[in-house]
Design a protein around this ligand. Structure first.
Ligand code: HEC
Length: 381
C-alpha cells in the first residue's frame, strides 16, 4: 500500500510540473488496481494530460476505461465522456439522462447523445418505459436536433397523453421547437388535449416573435375580466386563501358542488374531491379546471345513448351488464336502460365537466379555489 501511495503521489506531482511525466503515471496504473478513493486523483492526472496523450498511450487509455467503469452513473462519468470525447458510451449516458431528467447532469448526458447524432438510440428510448423522462431530459438540452425526435410524438395519438404533453413542454425549450409547435397550431394539427399545455408554454417563452404569435394562435384561457390568465406555471406559484376558495367552490355561479362531493357535501356525479390535494399537484388541478377534456379521469368518460323510441341519455356509464346499462346523469340520477331498447351508444370526446368555468371567476378567485382544492388531503370521517 505505502509503495502505491508514494508511486501515485510522486507521479501526480510530476504531472503537475511536467507534461512528460505520463510514463511514470502509466507505470502506476499498470502496477495497481484502481481503488475508489483514488479516482479523483486519477481523473485529475488524466485531465492534466489531456485527451490526446491519453489516447496515445495504451496504459493511460486503460486507466481511463477503469475510471469510467467506477464512475458509471455519476456526474463525473458524464464529464469524463465529454472531456475525453468518448463516443461509445451513449447507452450509459441515456441511463443517466433518464434518471436525472430535470438536473444539469441528465441534460448534459442527453446533450452528448444528441451531439453524437445517436438519434436511433433516442428514438427507441422515446417508445420505452422511460419515454417521458427521456423527453424531459431532451428538452433541457435546448438543442434544435430534438425537434424531429419530439414533434412526431406530439401529433401521434397512439402515444400516451403524458408523453405528448412532455414532448410539447420540451419542444418549447428550444426556439426551433417552439416554432414547430406554432406551425402545428397554425396548420390545425395540434391535438386538442395538448393545446392548453402548448398555450401555457408558448405564451411564456423568451423569444418575442414566438410569444406574440402564440398570444394570437394559442391564447391562454381568460378569466372573468376577459384578460388572459397567467400561464399555469405562474398560477401554480401564486398564493391563495383556502378559506375563500372553499366559498368560491360552493358559489352557485361556479357550480363545482353540483357535480362533485367533498366530505359528503355536494352531488355525487364527477370524481369525489375529498382527497384531491393528495392526488393532484397545483399544476394538474389548474389543468383539470381550465381544460377538463385534456385528461378525462378513467371511468368518467361521457356517453351519448340513443334509445329505439327516440329518447336520449347523456352521462357516465356506471354499470354495464349483459342485458342492462346504468347511466348516471348530471345531478347524480341513475337511469337504467334495457340493452334491447338501445339503438346506439357513443363515447364523447369532451368531458362532461364544462370548459370555461374560470370565466365565472377572477384570477384571484381561481387561485383561491385551487389553494382550497390542494388543501383537501384526508377525508374527514
Ligand atoms: C357538470 C358537472 C361538473 C362540474 C360543474 C364540475 N365538474 Fe369537475 N369533473 C366532472 C367530471 C365528470 C369529471 C371527470 C371527467 C374529467 O376528468 O374531465 C371531473 C373532473 C374534475 C377534476 C379531476 C378529478 C380527478 O380525480 O382527476 C377536478 C379537480 C375537478 N373536476 C374540479 C372541479 C372544480 C374545481 C369545479 C368547479 C370550478 C368542477 N370540477 C366543476 C364534472 C364536473
Amino acid at each position: 500500500m505505502s509503495r502505491g501511495v508514494s508511486c501515485w503521489t510522486h507521479a501526480v506531482r510530476r504531472v503537475w510540473f511536467s507534461s512528460l511525466a505520463f510514463s511514470t503515471l502509466a507505470a502506476c496504473f499498470a502496477a495497481e488496481p484502481l481503488d475508489p478513493d483514488r479516482v479523483a486523483t486519477v481523473i485529475e492526472a488524466l485531465t492534466r494530460l489531456g485527451p490526446e496523450k491519453v489516447e496515445a498511450n495504451p496504459k493511460l487509455k486503460e486507466a481511463l476505461e477503469k475510471v469510467l467503469e467506477v464512475t458509471r452513473g455519476t456526474p463525473q462519468f458524464v464529464e469524463l465522456v465529454r472531456d475525453f470525447k468518448i463516443k461509445n458510451q451513449d447507452p450509459a449516458l441515456l441511463e443517466i439522462a433518464a434518471k436525472n431528467p430535470s438536473n444539469s447532469t441528465g441534460a448534459e448526458a442527453a446533450r452528448l447523445i444528441v451531439a453524437n447524432h445517436n438519434f436511433e438510440l433516442l428514438k427507441t428510448a422515446l417508445t420505452g418505459a422511460n419515454a417521458v423522462k427521456v423527453a424531459e431530459a431532451l428538452g433541457n438540452t435546448g438543442r434544435k436536433e430534438i425537434v424531429p425526435l419530439l414533434e412526431p410524438i406530439v401529433v401521434d395519438m397512439k402515444h400516451d397523453v403524458s408523453l405528448r404533453k412532455q414532448a410539447v413542454r420540451s419542444l418549447a425549450q428550444a426556439q426551433e421547437g417552439a416554432a414547430a409547435l406554432l406551425r402545428l397550431a397554425k396548420e390545425q394539427k395540434l391535438p386538442d388535449d395538448v393545446k392548453l399545455t402548448a398555450a401555457s408554454e408558448l405564451n411564456n417563452v423568451r423569444w418575442a416573435n414566438i410569444k406574440t404569435e402564440a398570444a394570437r394562435l394559442l391564447p391562454l384561457p381568460q378569466g372573468r375580466d376577459a384578460q388572459p390568465l397567467p400561464p399555469i406555471s405562474e398560477l401554480a406559484k401564486m398564493k391563495g386563501d383556502p378559506v375563500k376558495g372553499a366559498v368560491i367552490y360552493r358559489r352557485d355561479t361556479v357550480g363545482c358542488i353540483r357535480c362533485h362531493q367533498v366530505n359528503g357535501e355536494g352531488i355525487d356525479f364527477g370524481p369525489n374531491l375529498s382527497e384531491i390535494g393528495a392526488k393532484l399537484g397545483k399544476e394538474a388541478l389548474y389543468e383539470a379546471i381550465l381544460d377538463p377534456s385534456a385528461g378525462i379521469s378513467f371511468g368518467y368518460e361521457a356517453w351519448q345513448i340513443e334509445l329505439k323510441n327516440g329518447d336520449e341519455a347523456y352521462g357516465l356509464i356506471v354499470s354495464d351488464t349483459a342485458d342492462e346499462i346504468a347511466v348516471k346523469t348530471q345531478g347524480g340520477i341513475v337511469e337504467r336502460h334495457k340493452k334491447s331498447d338501445i339503438a346506439k351508444r357513443e363515447q364523447q370526446k369532451l368531458s362532461i365537466m364544462p370548459a370555461g368555468l374560470q370565466q365565472t371567476m377572477s384570477t384571484q378567485d381561481l387561485v383561491d379555489l385551487v389553494e382550497y382544492l390542494s388543501s383537501l388531503k384526508k377525508a374527514v370521517k
